[in-house]
Design a protein around this ligand. Structure first.
Ligand code: IMP
Length: 432
């Protein structure tokens, strides 16, 4: 085992297959920390125990010796969290190694309602959120009216905080949204019960994380969503409300930047996006059908919402932007096998906006929507790759394609995945 701290970031618009990679690397880590987002995320993990859909619990859960920490940077819907824990337990997975930061914020039912009502009010300008209350929960955190996981385990504190928050929220709901107020007693009893159920998991995670870092252990920081959905650097306002990049990893796990040894960007070999917002390399028609792989277990359908994902070619301009902003030094290229049946593969290598070439995404989504992608094409390999386990097993055209992505991103390829199975990877650089 190599002792290192490795951050595994989604480097596109989410759904890059981070869960698959963390599930594989977790066997070599003592600690996995999920650092941001909430149950808007969804990872499908296929391993020796079966196929699992995880939303909040780190993908290291299948390794009994690995500590799985849900960090302070996340927002947690306790009802869903308990359902996820119960689902895993029913399938024989030991969840005693799950720790929840007592500083993580709670997604309350009023956040979920607010998320849905705001989307209705936005009309045609809707973001296409997952409807899980994520934006309102992060907004309340920043407005300093959030409820934290620590509050759920302290009856007096919970009542005090909830009463203060509801005096603000209920005014908002009954006037602005013209909806019903939330009942303090009902919410108090329900959330106190969740706190009791989760009490064994909720803790101050600072000591455990510091111990792992100072002991030079192998630690994985597990991202959620993707860098292009980042609140600052993504396609605002069509973004999520957290920090999926490396700054979010440091802040949301409570780890100093110089404690991180590698920043691994996970990219699909093509691109997908769920929800609204610019996507210059988006394709439709038969190419989209091929990329979507409908009917297959790894079809491009959202794990959380069941929505069809939008699909497109690999966007090297957006990729370079993600690499530069986050110091990505290692690449994981997932789902290479999805391209197996394409005779020709395009890569977006440049953007043209109003006749000029630009080298990074424009600020305004209205401009981004007008960007014309500049493509280069490469021959496909028309050979199945799911059984490849080493670089030599890949057809020459597939090697050339991966090499071209690495060249465009200016980073080294560490892992290539060729299918959803645990063993369907080619490990070029052992990072842990
Ligand atoms: P929210 O995070 O539910 O507020 O949704 C904001 C935007 O982020 C929407 O376009 C969602 O589809 C997208 N989004 C949020 N989480 C994920 C994810 O895990 N994968 C892909 N897209 C996501």
């Amino acid at each position: 085992m190599q002792m290192a701290v490795v951050a595994v970031l989604g480097a596109q618009w989410g759904d890059e297959g981070k869960g698959h990679i963390v599930d594989i690397l977790a066997a070599r880590a003592t600690t996995v920390v999920r650092y941001g987002g909430g149950n808007n995320a969804g990872h499908t993990v296929v391993n020796r125990h079966g196929t699992f859909k995880l939303h909040m619990i780190p993908a290291g859960i299948f390794e009994p010796a690995t500590l799985n920490i849900v960090g302070n940077g996340t927002v947690i819907d306790p009802k869903d969290f308990i359902a996820e824990l119960d689902g895993l337990m029913q399938r024989g997975i030991d969840v005693s190694n799950v720790r929840i930061s007592d500083r993580a914020h709670v997604v309350m039912p009023y956040h979920v309602l607010q998320d849905r009502l705001d989307e209705q009010l936005r009309g045609d300008a809707k973001i296409g959120t997952t409807g899980r209350g994520i934006g309102p929960a992060y907004a309340d955190k920043m407005s300093r009216i959030g409820i934290r996981m620590a509050d759920l385990t302290n009856p007096n504190m919970l009542r005090q905080r909830l009463s203060a928050v509801l005096s603000i929220k209920n005014r908002l709901f009954t006037t602005y949204y013209a909806s019903e107020p939330f009942d303090l007693e009902a919410l108090y009893s329900e959330y106190l019960a969740y706190g009791q159920r989760l009490a064994a998991h909720i803790t101050d995670v600072y000591p455990a994380i510091q111990r792992a870092i100072s002991g030079h252990e192998a630690v994985l920081l597990e991202g959620a969503q993707g860098i292009l959905l980042d609140i600052d650097h993504g396609t605002y306002p069509f973004v999520t409300s957290s920090l999926p990049g490396i700054a979010g990893a440091c802040q949301g796990a409570g780890i100093a930047p110089n404690a991180i040894d590698h920043v691994m960007g996970v990219f699909k070999a093509y691109a997908t996006r769920v929800g609204s917002g610019p996507f210059p390399s988006e394709v439709d028609g038969v190419t989209a059908d091929a990329l979507r792989q409908m009917g297959k277990p790894w079809a491009e359908v959202g794990t959380t919402t069941g929505r069809l994902r939008r699909v497109g070619w690999f966007d090297a301009v957006a990729a370079r932007y993600a690499v530069n902003l986050n110091g990505i030094d290692l690449l994981t290229i997932t789902k290479l096998d999805v391209l197996d049946e394409l005779a020709e593969i395009a890569i977006c290598v440049g953007y043209r906006l109003h006749g000029a070439i630009i080298d990074h995404p424009p600020t305004q989504p209205e401009d981004y929507a007008l960007v014309e992608p500049i493509y280069e094409t490469m021959p496909g390999w028309l050979t199945p790759t799911p059984d490849a386990r080493s670089w030599q097993d890949l057809p020459a055209a597939a090697q050339a394609y991966v090499q071209r992505l690495a060249e465009l991103c200016e980073a080294k390829v560490a892992i290539i995945s060729v299918g959803p199975g645990h063993e369907q990877i080619i490990e070029m650089i052992p990072v842990l």
